[in-house]
Ligand binder design. Structure first.
Ligand code: SF4
Ligand code: SF4
Length: 304
């Protein structure tokens, strides 16, 4: 298998060096109740959340996205001074997952992507000079996990099916592509404005707040969307999330897929400034609770 450029792997690797494999690779692994390492993996967590993970978990817990972010997550920088990632926040003063119970995961049906994949890691990467990203897998063997000693053989593809990752992969792809694109673009797109970084955070992770943002009449003073398109975007959370990815691509990378009203822009402004001006114009009109605030101590605006 062709090895990817390690710099293209978007997420920090585990301290355990993984072996890259393809979907037909047979692994020996089973996690089952009664195994002597039960819950060891959930007792010391480092779990990156995708936007779809947040959507599923906040609904499972009956929380708004803002409440979920405050209670269960920690933002971090996916690149210095750049876009934000999100991790599950462990219990106060410890390293265990807040959602772990003695009998196992309390949100099992809605557990995050990386919990489903474990002990496999999904690596979304772009090979040098390639225009599209490809998925590759890595098997991570950690000493605490005794599932590797269980007498069950299964291919990576069948394990993915068994763990229900397909819908998670499908709905997480737009976000992974954004992260890859931002990282591989490097300094060529310039440093994103605080407003762009906040849009990224809000559209990816704070979906209820993003809904208020899109629903506000000011949004349609800038973007030329008819009633049917708005109904579709607002009709389901996955649709709204995917629309958010499109909006981010438009604002951060100038990939226009959402038509804009001609009179919404001041033609004298440069292209980049123009995009930021649009965000500022919308932000100036929407109610304060509908957009993350610029606060140097709370860069991603998740505090009340
Ligand atoms: S969400 Fe569930 S599976 Fe994932 S670390 Fe927490 S308890 Fe474990
Ligand atoms: S077998 Fe591995 S995944 Fe299953 S409970 Fe033990 S440590 Fe966790």
């Amino acid at each position: 298998m062709e090895q990817p450029d390690i710099n293209d792997i978007p997420f920090p690797l585990s301290p355990v060096v993984p072996n890259l494999v393809e979907g037909d690779k047979v692994i020996q692994f089973q996690c089952r109740k009664g195994i002597d390492c039960w819950n060891a993996c959930c007792s010391n967590i480092d779990i990156t959340l995708t936007p779809y993970d947040v959507l599923r978990l906040k609904n499972r817990l009956g929380l708004s996205s803002g409440e979920f972010l405050l209670q269960y997550t920690l933002p971090y920088e996916l690149e210095p001074g750049g876009i934000a990632g999100l991790k599950l926040k462990p219990v106060e003063g410890g390293s265990a997952c807040q959602l772990m119970r003695p009998e196992g995961c309390s949100v099992y049906e809605d557990r995050p992507t990386s919990c489903r994949y474990y002990p496999i890691a999904l690596l979304s990467m772009r090979k040098q000079h390639a225009t599209t990203d490809t998925a590759a897998y890595a098997v991570v063997q950690e000493k605490h996990c005794h599932g590797h000693n269980e007498p069950r053989s299964i291919t990576v593809d069948d394990y993915r099916k068994e763990q229900g990752v397909e819908i998670y992969d499908e709905l997480g792809r737009g976000w992974r592509q954004l992260v890859l694109k931002k990282k591989s673009a490097g300094p060529t797109i310039g440093k994103p404005s605080d407003r762009s970084l906040q849009l990224f955070f809000m559209a990816c992770y704070d979906l209820d707040r993003f809904r208020l943002f899109v629903e506000h009449p000011s949004f349609r003073e800038v973007y030329d969307l008819d009633d049917a398109e708005m109904a579709q975007i607002l009709g389901s959370e996955p649709e709204l999330m995917q629309f958010g990815f499109r909006l981010i691509r438009q604002v951060m990378f100038n990939e226009e897929s959402i038509p804009m009203k001609a009179d919404a822009l001041d033609k004298r402004l440069s292209r980049k400034t123009e995009r930021e001006a649009v965000m500022d114009e919308i932000a100036a009109k929407v109610p304060p609770e509908a957009i993350s605030r610029v606060d140097p101590n709370d860069k991603y605006g998740i505090k009340d």
